[in-house]
Design a protein around this ligand. Structure first.
Ligand code: C5P
Length: 321
């Protein structure tokens, strides 16, 4: 059986990855770029309910609100949107049903476009386009999660591209594990702070948030806590962050081609001719572990997973712990 077939049944392991990916993972563990010092539990993954409740309890959605240094001293309390990210679905209510569209090559020839657009809200990632791919990925975008390379690197044309207009934006950047905000502000992976300030000035009505690094590392802690071995000490992928964001905003979340269907391919993105198994199974990001955890929470059918690459998850408001 292949790694992906094992993933469908929740029994994939790092030992099944090609040697190049295993080596890359080990290198990230020894480099420990973000100075991770994890002191929590490590154990076999809990059952679905255990994982859901741990995430609901510990992975509290949080964005920069300008009340902490250095942001408070820089007037960011007036820079961030007045309404919080949770308000996007309407005051006190949630989106009924949401789609999260992974950018994987396996989206190609899926014909999932209509199904994706039928959800009340659709989350997409980074520079993943809809134009020209409507039949497979749909054309509705409600929120886009972007890593800090998108606003920082000229090649993404953040200020002029239509990909980032008329929707809500949520940006993130890997801060140190200690969540030292002044140090992060001085030395982000890519400078997202300058373009953020500029865009808030130019488009004050566009909902645009920066995720709090505490949220990102709490997600990482939950992933690590459910495995015995050391996972890559790097932030979870945008995919995992986006899934957890939508579990806070939606009553039900449908995730497409995050865990690959039968269309599984080494094609990294549906919109680029670049092949690398690391995009699906991880090198920098602890992707395989993220996916094992998400598989565990799936309430959808095995058939939907195989044919659509679809995982169904309850929103946090839909269950009690
Ligand atoms: O590559 P990028 O981060 O923009 O893709 C968005 C997300 O989609 C990733 O963070 C990852 O979670 C998911 N993805 C995947 N398999 C791929 C490509 C992307 O699971 N081949």
């Amino acid at each position: 059986k292949t790694v992906v077939q094992r993933l469908w049944h929740g029994d994939a392991s790092v030992a099944m990855l090609i040697p190049r990916l295993q080596k890359s993972m080990r290198n990230w563990v020894s480099l420990n770029k973000h100075h991770v010092a994890y002191r929590g539990r490590r154990g076999q993954a809990q059952d679905a309910r255990g994982v859901l409740c741990e995430l609901k309890e510990r992975a509290r959605l949080k964005t920069l609100d300008g009340t902490e240094q250095p942001f408070s001293g820089l007037g960011w309390d007036k820079l961030v949107p007045v309404l919080t990210l949770e308000h996007l679905s309407g005051q006190g209510s949630k989106f009924k049903s949401c789609a999260v569209v992974a950018s994987a090559g396996a989206m190609l020839h899926s014909s999932l476009g209509n199904e994706i657009d039928s959800h009340e809200a659709v989350l997409r990632f980074n520079s993943a386009p809809t134009e020209g791919y409507e039949n497979d990925v749909g054309n509705k975008t409600t929120i886009r999660i972007i890593n800090s390379q998108i606003p920082a690197l000229p090649r993404y044309h953040f200020n002029t591209s239509s990909l980032y207009q008329g929707i809500s934006l949520v940006a993130w950047d890997p801060a140190p594990y200690s969540v030292d905000l002044p140090r992060w502000y001085r030395n982000p992976d890519y400078d997202l702070f300058t373009p953020y300030k500029e865009r808030r000035r130019l488009h004050p009505n566009q909902p645009f948030y920066i995720l709090h690094p505490k949220f990102i590392w709490q997600l990482w802690d939950v992933i690590q806590g459910n495995f015995l071995e050391s996972i890559q000490p790097n932030p979870p992928s945008s995919g995992f962050i986006g899934i957890l964001l939508m579990m806070s905003l939606c009553e039900e979340v449908h995730v497409y081609e995050y865990i690959p269907s039968l269309r599984q391919t080494d094609l990294c993105h549906y919109h680029e001719r670049y092949y690398d198994a690391a995009c699906t199974l991880g090198a920098y990001h602890p992707l395989l572990y993220e996916k094992l955890l998400v598989q565990k929470m799936n309430t959808g059918s095995l058939n939907d997973l195989k044919t659509k690459g679809k995982i169904t998850l309850p929103g946090f408001s839909s269950f009690d712990c």
